[in-house]
Design a protein around this ligand. Structure first.
Ligand code: TXA
Ligand code: MG
Length: 333
């Protein structure tokens, strides 16, 4: 299959994309978080093609992307007051809400669950595409297990020959996936931390359960089906270093790996080494660039990526969640 790449400003290209979706095909599109791999959420066969293109396990459910509140009513049984409050404050935006699904949402879309994850992205291209077709089931547009794509080039690396079209909307603004909150039972539960922080959610919901898995702890019975799979893994070994003495520890590691002649990269909050590849960022910048740096370092055949961790508050919780999942070794100092 040939994979066409069109610019988000190309009206004909967008028309072609919505035509493909109507025919039950899969199209990659930009959102404010990461790129998505979209198909008509209500078309079983189309949704199955997403799982195939991504090599995603069938029990890992997809997020359904909508363009207006009316579409939410098509997908869910009941909208609780708490959901209305979150929607008013955060949609369109990087927040996914899980609610009880209507029968007509196919079980392939929801990984066999009786709930459905819904979000309204704040990206013009995504909204335009959804309006022209139907609600779009869309996971991140990477091969299963790889870092989520933040540029159309990343999508092309993973999806070339696997899908017919990619819409190029430039670099995504946020860089990590949406916050996921489960409102399908009595108590709200945070399933995936992100740009909309736990603190922001608590302000509106009053309370929020944060399972240990959000802090990267292994749980026997994963609450979000996606949690049990290894994520975001570059080919390089990723070492996460955090805590009070992280800076000294990183310097020692860099020195040691240099002696061993291993190609080492550091993503941190100060400049650690001129030797191979050291990137000095802020917390916000790290969130934005992390996945794209993982991909860059793989292309450069880096052996070790050392990443400096942050405190698990605010956006830091979302960042540390991704870092812990990507790491082969975690060092708390
Ligand atoms: O920012 C995002 O959310 C991106 C863009 C494309 O919108 N999408 C994304 O989708 O990250 P995906 O499939 O990579 O992650 C969806 C997560 C998975 O961890 C999945 O297990 C969980 O949401 N999820 C989806 N439906 C669920 C449900 N009904 N119950 C529990 N977890 C669910
Ligand atoms: Mg994903």
């Amino acid at each position: 299959m040939e994979t066409l790449v069109v610019k988000s400003s190309d009206k004909k290209g967008i028309k072609k994309a919505s035509g493909l979706i109507k025919k039950g095909e899969v199209v990659a599109f930009p959102t404010e978080t990461v790129y998505g791999l979209g198909a008509d959420a209500l078309n079983r066969k189309a949704v199955l093609k997403i799982f195939k293109a991504k090599k995603r396990p069938a029990d890992n459910p997809l997020i359904v992307h909508i363009a207006n509140e009316k579409q939410l009513g098509l997908l869910v049984e009941y909208i609780p007051e708490s959901a209305y409050k979150l929607i008013k404050k955060f949609w369109p935006g990087p927040l996914t809400i899980i609610l009880k699904k209507k029968k007509k949402v196919p079980s392939v879309t929801t990984g066999g669950l009786n709930t459905v994850a819904v979000r309204m992205p704040s990206n013009e291209t995504a909204l335009e595409l959804i309006k022209k077709s139907n609600p779009l089931a869309a996971p991140s547009a990477n091969l299963s297990g790889k870092a989520s794509p933040t540029t159309a080039k990343h999508v092309y690396e993973d999806m070339k020959g696997r899908i017919p079209l990619i819409i190029d909307g430039g670099k995504t603004k946020i860089g990590i996936e949406s916050t996921v909150v489960d409102l399908s039972s009595k108590k709200p539960v945070l399933l995936r931390p992100g740009k909309i922080t736990a603190e922001q959610l608590i302000k509106i919901l009053g309370s929020l359960e944060i399972p240990a898995s959000v802090y990267g702890k292994k749980v026997s019975k994963a609450m979000a089906p996606g949690m049990k799979y290894r994520h975001y893994s570059p080919d390089a070994k990723v070492i996460l270093v955090y805590g009070k003495k992280s800076k000294a520890k990183i310097r020692t590691l860099v020195k040691n790996y240099k002696k061993e002649k291993l190609k080492t990269a550091v993503i941190g909050f100060e400049y650690y080494s001129a030797d191979y590849n050291c990137i000095c960022v802020t917390e916000k910048d790290m969130t934005k660039k992390l996945f794209s740096k993982f991909r860059d370092f793989d292309l450069k055949k880096t052996d070790i990526i050392i990443v400096e961790g942050v405190d698990e508050i605010g956006l830091g919780l979302g960042l540390m969640n991704r870092l812990k999942k990507a790491s082969t070794e975690i060092i708390k100092t």
